[in-house]
Ligand binder design. Structure first.
Ligand code: TXE
Length: 490
């Protein structure tokens, strides 16, 4: 069995105990990762702090940092197939999806590599005579990047690229379910030429090393993607040490179909919103809001389309729906399906585990569709994070906005319409960090991404994201000779 090791200060680190990494398609252990301890977390943070404070990294120009990032991006592209295959074995998502992600991830390192030496301070047009003042952006320090299991390397890239471009050093804590690709990536960190200690990893259970990382006094910032309960705990830990945070949390995103939409496209948009990645995405369009006049037609067409989705081995090109990544997550999804039935929703498709013998060892849940969902039901209010769609009817624009915004979350929203007026109006009124019109589940390195309300704090991707890893220093230089009255404010 393959054993992946952590990297601390450029050196491999095993562990006294190991955690098996299981393949969601067959339930078999295929690799092992170290079960880190609080002492391991401390060692990784200390190494990152040393690399931030002394040695080649702080002495490096922003231009040189940018080159390293771009080289790293090139190496990821070179090894995209290998890394994608590791991700599939760890999280069960389609090889086609993971390879697409791996081939796109380099763009984050190219983009932020390019941005590294374009972050400028400013000279202030001083209101005080003979005083010169300027601002200077400086890196925050040690960043702990805590990543989840659904898209390990993509969500890591969203943190790692701006953090390194800003000049921070990083400790990565990947999900205990899917750490292997991150540990494999560390070989490329070394090959790219990052100095030891700039990027470190510590694997293990969140409950065992999470607090040691998020409350460590040498950590300046926590960049987290995961569930909102864990995110809240991480935020509380950060508050104790007044640390900076970026939190990308859950969602219950509305995907809204108006009767003036091209229904053929809207149906595909509904499918990609919830059944791609078996619904295990924070941006899942889990609430399909459909205008009453086309409600039955859309429900029937989405059901017919989803009914053709091929479940199977995620490595095969013909597979469209893979297994759920973890057993606890599969059980959570099944419990929500039961709950929806009890709440009185009408099950149009799926509703359980598939009966096919060749899928029996995998953690599959059938693509499931509930119609006649009321937005007050738990199936419409809580994040399921699986292939379960709730269809909710609405009457008009105001009603759609009311239902869409009636949620604690605000990560994303989709609108399907043929009207430009309606597109702009809905984009204004929807409380979400991302609004897609006539498309769904699109992301880009240049497009800021993050949540309104309980979906998170801060933004990833885009120019502003690097600011999340910087702080501003204001420098005052007195050009006058002599100091005026020391007892009054200057
Ligand atoms: O995620 P966790 P879980 C949602 C989804 C899912 C639910 C729970 O609804 O059903 O979250 O999933 C680390 N201190 N999302 O429990 O716990 C953990 O080791 C510091 C949405 O698997 O949020 C992992 O590295 N860290 C989501 C990371 O937090 C801790 C993606 C995320 O795991 C910690 C995944 C602690 N005390 C799940 N406890 C999205 N937004 O994309 C755990 N961790």
């Amino acid at each position: 069995m393959t054993r992946f090791r952590n990297t601390v200060n450029g050196q491999p680190r095993g562990g006294d105990q190991w955690i098996a990494s299981l393949n969601p398609f067959d339930g078999e252990a295929w690799a092992e990762i170290p079960r880190g301890t609080a002492a391991d977390a401390d060692e990784a943070v200390t190494a990152a702090h040393k690399a931030f404070s002394s040695g080649p990294w702080p002495a490096m120009t922003a231009t040189a940092r940018g080159k390293l990032l771009r080289r790293f991006g090139d190496l990821i592209l070179r090894d995209a197939e290998k890394l994608a295959a590791i991700e599939v074995r760890d999280n069960g998502k389609l090889y086609a999806e993971m390879l697409g992600q791996l081939r796109y991830i380099p763009e984050w390192f190219h983009y932020f590599g390019g941005l590294a030496d374009k972050i400028e301070g400013g000279v202030l047009p001083m209101d005080k005579p003979e005083m010169f003042a300027f601002t200077k952006p400086e890196p925050l320090g040690v960043v702990v990047a805590i990543t989840p299991w659904n898209s390990p390397l993509l969500l890591l890239a969203w943190k790692l690229a701006p953090a390194l471009a800003a000049g921070c050093t990083v400790v990565i804590k990947p999900s205990e379910f899917t750490s292997c690709s991150t540990l494999a990536l560390m070989e490329l960190v070394a090959e790219a030429g990052f100095p030891p200690g700039v990027v470190n990893t510590v694997t293990g259970y969140g409950s065992e090393i999470g607090t040691a990382l998020s409350e460590h006094p040498l950590v300046a910032k926590l960049a987290f993607t995961g569930g909102d309960a864990t995110g809240t705990a991480v935020y509380s830990s950060a508050a104790k040490g007044l640390k900076h945070v970026t939190l990308e949390l859950g969602g219950k995103s509305p995907n809204i179909i108006f009767d003036d939409a091209r229904l053929e496209d809207a149906v595909k948009g509904a499918i990609s919103g919830i059944f791609a990645a078996s619904g295990q995405t924070c941006i899942a369009g889990s609430r399909l809001l459909v205008q009453r006049s086309v409600y039955e037609e859309v429900a029937q067409r989405v059901t017919a389309f989803a009914g053709t989705a091929q479940m199977g081995d995620p490595m095969l090109d013909t597979t469209q729906v893979g297994p759920i990544t973890t057993v606890p997550q599969r059980d959570k999804v099944l419990s929500y399906i039961d709950m929806a039935r009890q709440e009185g929703a009408r099950c149009l498709l799926g509703g359980g585990r598939p009966s096919r013998p060749d899928l029996a060892r995998g953690w599959f849940v059938e693509p499931t569709i509930f119609a006649d969902v009321d937005n007050s039901m738990r199936i419409a209010r809580e994040e399921v994070f699986g292939p379960v769609l709730s269809i909710i009817p609405f009457e008009d624009e105001d009603h759609a906005v009311e239902i869409a915004n009636d949620t604690i979350y605000g990560l994303a929203a989709g609108v399907w319409t043929g009207s430009t007026r309606r597109a702009f109006l809905m984009a204004d009124k929807l409380q979400a960090g991302t609004v897609w019109v006539n498309t769904y589940r699109a992301v880009s390195f240049m497009a800021p991404f993050g949540g309104y309300k309980k979906s998170g704090i801060g933004r990833e991707s885009g120019q502003a994201a690097i600011r999340e890893y910087l702080q501003t220093k204001t420098v005052w230089i007195n050009l006058a000779e002599g100091v005026s009255n020391p007892f009054v404010l200057r």
